[in-house]
Design a protein around this ligand. Structure first.
Ligand SMILES: [Zn+2]
Length: 377
């Protein structure tokens, strides 16, 4: 039935991509299982965080890191001004990258009473794939606690409190480059939900499709979709799509890229998936795919998945309904399975008790924190 295909194991397994590349997959249930040292030179680590209903992926090289989204639709509480942080993503980063920032960044489970404020550690690249809460509601806390060097945002304005808070933080992130798919406003100002925010100090630049950014000697990412216009009805179509080449392994992050309305996987390609298929059929062919829109029937058309032909599919999903459905849609999961793709899902313990104490973030009955995965190669 619904969860029969969930991969539940407590030890690392190895997925072989070729004679040259093996990927070790380790489930992470507790905060204590997160490695706190960077990968060795030439090695890479991808963390799929269990944020409940939403998405957050952290990727690390030896001397750089990249955060793609930090959102949740059902666990939005973040840094407390007079107490500890309740953000699962901050908790995770505290372990994976290190303790950082003002006292309100300190997660409750950190247990270190001497925290009076710390030098900020760096996140080299921070992405908001598109301006929806389930992808970005915790990013203002991340920018409060960590120094972001490069911040990528489609630039499409969503008149919501969370997006305004994010852009306010961007305006205060001294030294960061703020990059949007949209042409920067001439006066360097944006108006969001009634408030004008001055981005004059933000080193605001435009990024474009096929921009390539080098991360180290054997790692780079390529922008495959950059669109900051508001013409489409839904910000999902503004999702920043990137391909990462990390040593011998390639990764495709698509945010909530769609093929149009909910249809069976064998339906025709449309929308952003069609655009990617038509323009970049070779570049979307990757080893690891973040499954679009949480495994919804709006996305993952068979033709698209066949072109990507991943070995591993990452599905970040939780119990909160999108409209009338809880994602992922079973037909999408079955379609991925039919193609022999190894599926990792963050909803494995939703509605159940996490089998360990000290799940990531606060240890209560809210979803999230228990079904994280680390992929290393
Ligand atoms: Zn989403």
């Amino acid at each position: 039935m619904f969860k029969s295909n969930i991969l539940v194991f407590s030890f690392a397994i190895i997925v072989s991509l070729s004679a040259f590349a093996n990927i070790a997959i380790t489930p992470v249930h507790s905060i204590n299982e997160i490695p706190h040292t960077a990968p060795l030179k030439g090695k890479y680590r991808l963390h799929l965080l269990d944020v409940g209903t939403g998405l957050s992926i952290l990727i690390q090289g030896h001397d750089w890191n990249l955060l793609y989204d930090a959102g949740s639709a059902d666990d939005k509480s973040g840094n407390q001004k007079n107490g500890n942080s309740h953000s699962r993503v901050v908790s995770y980063l505290y372990k994976a990258i290190g303790k950082s920032g003002v006292k309100s960044c300190q997660p409750a489970e950190d247990g270190w009473s001497g925290h009076t404020g710390l030098t900020q550690k760096t996140i080299d690249y921070v992405f908001l794939s598109h301006p929806h809460e389930d992808h970005g509601v915790m990013l203002d806390d991340i920018l409060e606690c960590y120094q972001a060097n490069n911040i990528y945002d489609s630039g499409r304005i969503n008149n919501t409190v969370f997006y305004r808070r994010f852009i306010e933080r961007v305006s205060e992130e001294v030294g960061a480059k703020y990059k949007t798919a949209k042409v920067p406003a001439a006066n360097k100002k944006v108006k969001i939900k009634g408030k004008v925010i001055d981005l004059g100090n933000a080193n605001w630049e435009q990024f474009k499709v096929l921009d390539v950014v080098h991360l180290d000697d054997s790692a780079f990412f390529t922008i495959l979709h950059a669109n900051g216009t508001s013409h489409e009805s839904d910000p999902n179509s503004n999702s920043i799509v990137i391909r990462l080449d990390l040593g011998d392994v390639s990764v495709l992050l698509v945010g909530d890229a769609e093929s149009g309305p909910r249809k069976i996987p064998s339906a025709d390609l449309d929308g952003l998936e069609k655009e990617l298929f038509d323009n970049f059929k070779d570049l979307i062919d990757t080893d690891i795919l973040q499954v679009g829109h949480h495994g919804s029937l709006t996305s993952s058309r068979t033709k698209f998945i066949e072109a990507v032909s991943p070995q591993i599919a990452l599905i970040s999903a939780g119990p909160k309904k999108y409209g009338s459905v809880v994602l992922p849609d079973e037909a999408v999961v079955e379609s991925l399975e039919f193609q022999g793709i190894h599926i990792l899902r963050t909803d494995a313990y939703d509605g159940e008790i996490c089998p360990v104490k000290n799940k990531v973030g606060r240890d209560d009955n809210r979803s999230g924190g228990c079904a994280n995965f680390i992929l290393e190669w």
